[in-house]
Design a protein around this ligand. Structure first.
Ligand code: UGB
Length: 435
């Protein structure tokens, strides 16, 4: 046997002599060299991972987040060119808007609307797998056709955010990236903290240091009203009794917004969306998966409160929400700080954006049955204790007064448009409608 036979087959490992008390010096030295070499390789890989540390996913487990972050990449002159071109303003007095969560339901609609009117729009999205990512890719393709580029990355990636602000002087940020869904918060609580709290703070940190600071409009939620029983919900009502972790993180966002406004002079507008629905919607929401399951002949769970109490939502159509968002951007005052220092008081607003007419979930199902021409298999069940509240109803007088916000689409009309889109999207192309 030559001494080459003693070279270990597994890199980085060395063989101990048959006798546990003696070892061959030559073998040890060569093994040590190998061990050192592979240790450097290993440390190098770890360094690369943390140095780049780009995008991550909002909802699956933290290990999923890390795994996905390795795959994301950004940078380079071609990439920078795309970023600048997408954010270029094309109308007089237009804005340059960074839209986070641009491949999401609301983000896609808003990005397209901003682009249509000549604003510069740059999207940012981590394309996580909370629901079917192919739907997000289809929305991305749609936006690409209108000239909106979506950077693939996470709002927790401060280096990426800084780079985007270096490349573009954003006048506004429309912040919609979030971990959504009330019930999923019990399955994956950390994803809510990761996106809705840590991610929001990381975005605000970069915005506060930007020069000029952008004005920020962001998505809060009707769920902040939690166990509040006073209806309709007014912005003056209490919001200190969240019924889900989702609601608690959105409420935390409102408090965080206050802090950044107070200390750094950032202009911040929080919009409490009420159960937004429509074409290109979210497959985790009831109206969406009810449609899918009714068509498949599967039974649908319909929640009811104690003593057969009605569960209802102030369902709000996407076009009304888009109008509310655009006018919020238009009326947002400039931030007052610069270089991380406040120069004077800045605007801080919170508005309800709802439809003002709650509809029982059973009526929603009735409308879907008529539109789909299929009878639903209704499985009435007790409202689970999973964060759902019984009732939402927006008082929009403040948004009406200050923004001129006026929703115009009733549930029947809005669902008709949704169903038309759903059938053409899933049935014409034979795509799978699994959430
Ligand atoms: O306004 C918000 O801030 C939130 O709106 C949305 O939450 P929700 O109003 O809970 O919408 P959604 O899940 O569609 O349930 C609708 C109705 O169907 C009932 N529902 C639901 C599921 C089910 O299996 N059965 C059922 O009856 C259910 O009890 C409810 O009454 C967003 O998802 C959330 O991200 C957030 O933006």
């Amino acid at each position: 046997m030559s001494h080459l036979d003693h070279i270990p087959s597994t890199p980085g490992k060395f063989k101990i002599d048959k006798s546990p008390y003696t070892y061959n010096r030559v073998r040890w030295t060569s093994s040590l060299a190998k061990l050192t070499f592979w240790s450097f390789v290993f440390i190098g890989l770890i360094f690369l991972f943390f140095y780049r540390s780009p995008s991550s996913s909002a909802n699956p487990s933290q290990s999923d987040l890390s795994r996905r972050s390795l795959r994301s990449s950004w940078g380079g002159s071609a990439w920078e060119k795309r970023v600048r071109a997408s954010a270029r303003i094309r109308s007089r007095n237009g804005f340059s808007v960074l839209v986070t969560g641009a491949a999401g339901f609301v983000g896609t609609h808003i990005s397209a609307a901003l682009k249509r009117r000549g604003d510069g729009v740059l999207g940012l999205d981590n394309f996580n797998h909370y629901y079917d990512p192919s739907l997000k890719r289809a929305r991305q393709a749609l936006l690409e056709r209108t000239g909106v580029y979506i950077v693939e990355g996470d709002i927790n990636d401060v280096a990426l955010l800084k780079k985007l602000f270096e490349l573009v002087q954003f006048t506004h940020v429309m912040h919609l990236a979030a971990q959504a869904g009330v019930r999923y918060a019990m399955e994956n609580p950390s994803s809510y903290v990761h996106s809705n709290i840590a991610g929001f703070v990381s975005l605000l940190e970069v915005c506060k240091n930007a020069n000029p600071q952008p004005a920020i409009v962001w998505a809060s939620s009707s769920s902040v009203y939690g166990l509040n029983t006073k209806v309709p919900f007014s912005e003056k009502d209490r919001t200190d009794q969240p019924a889900s972790l989702y609601a608690a993180t959105k409420k935390a966002g409102e408090e965080i917004a206050h802090t950044y406004n107070y200390i750094y002079g950032l202009s911040l507008t929080g919009l409490r969306f009420f159960t937004v629905y429509g074409p290109w919607g979210r497959p985790d929401m009831a109206y969406f998966f009810f449609t899918r399951d009714i068509l498949k002949g599967k039974s649908i769970p319909i929640f009811e409160a104690a003593n057969h109490g009605t569960v209802a939502r102030d369902f709000t159509y996407i076009d009304d929400i888009v109008k509310g968002c655009l006018v919020s951007l238009d009326t947002a005052e400039k931030s007052t700080g610069s270089g991380g220092k406040k120069k004077g008081p800045a605007q801080l607003r919170v508005f309800n954006l709802g439809n003002t007419s709650p509809v029982p979930v059973t009526d929603l199902v009735g409308i879907l049955e008529r539109l789909l021409k299929v009878k639903a298999k209704r499985n009435i069940m007790k409202l689970p204790r999973n964060g759902d509240v019984q009732f939402t109803h927006a008082n929009i007088s403040s948004a009406q007064r200050e923004l001129g916000y006026k929703p115009t689409t009733d549930l029947q009309t809005g669902l008709k448009k949704f169903v038309r889109w759903y059938l053409s999207y899933y049935h014409a192309g034979d795509k799978k409608a699994d959430a």
